[in-house]
Design a protein around this ligand. Structure first.
Ligand code: MN3
Length: 201
């Protein structure tokens, strides 16, 4: 059982970068459907009692007859729960502290990091996600198809951008690159850096 987390901000709070209509449909229709379907598929089996993170981490052990729907809907439920936290009104800018240092060390500069992250988003053909993940203690940029989660590959998602068309089509139509660029204006670095610090502690 997974409960859809409440949004910490209004649908129009990320305007003009993410429009209110997109936020409303994305949260109240797309995300809700993933959550409802996940709950339907885990209902009445032992996996229902587990935290969704643990289910996704151990997706290979989920009974084969329900593995694919659990992976898709569970991934969708969990990825979007993270996604809303990765964004905030009056956000953007750049991270501070240890994460800023680690990004500079890995990619040379914050701008170069953003460029590589956007490349991962552009390079994902069709639907999926671009991610900044921790693999052990190492930062890495990656992307996943559909609603696959880095957790299933033993990686911890620190930041992720939804590059499914439903996350940008109303405002940006086919211009995924414009969406990727604008999205940095709403990234909630306070949340991301706190999470990084707690994981690296
Ligand atoms: Mn989505």
């Amino acid at each position: 059982m997974f409960e859809q987390p409440k949004l910490d901000y209004a649908y129009d709070a990320l305007e003009p970068h993410i429009d209110a209509k997109t936020m409303e449909i994305h949260y109240s229709k797309h995300h809700k459907a993933y959550v409802d379907n996940y709950n339907k598929f885990v209902a009445g089996i032992e996996w229902d009692k587990m935290k969704i993170e643990d289910v996704i981490r151990n997706i290979g052990k989920v009974p084969e007859n329900i593995r694919t729907p659990i992976k898709n809907h569970g991934g969708g439920a969990y990825n979007h729960a993270l996604f809303w936290k990765f964004m905030a009104p009056n956000a953007g800018g750049s991270p501070g502290g240890a994460l800023a240092d680690a990004i500079s060390k890995k990619w040379g500069s914050f701008d170069k990091f953003k460029e590589e992250f956007n490349k991962a988003g552009m390079g994902r053909f069709g639907s999926g996600w671009a991610w900044l993940v921790l693999t052990g203690n190492e930062l890495e940029i990656t992307s996943t198809a559909n609603q696959d989660s880095p957790l299933s590959e033993g990686k911890t998602p620190l930041l992720g951008n939804d590059v499914w068309e439903h996350s940008y089509y109303l405002k940006y139509q086919n211009r995924r690159a414009d969406y990727l660029t604008a999205w940095w204006n709403v990234v909630h670095w306070d949340y991301v850096t706190k999470n990084y610090d707690s994981l690296m502690h």
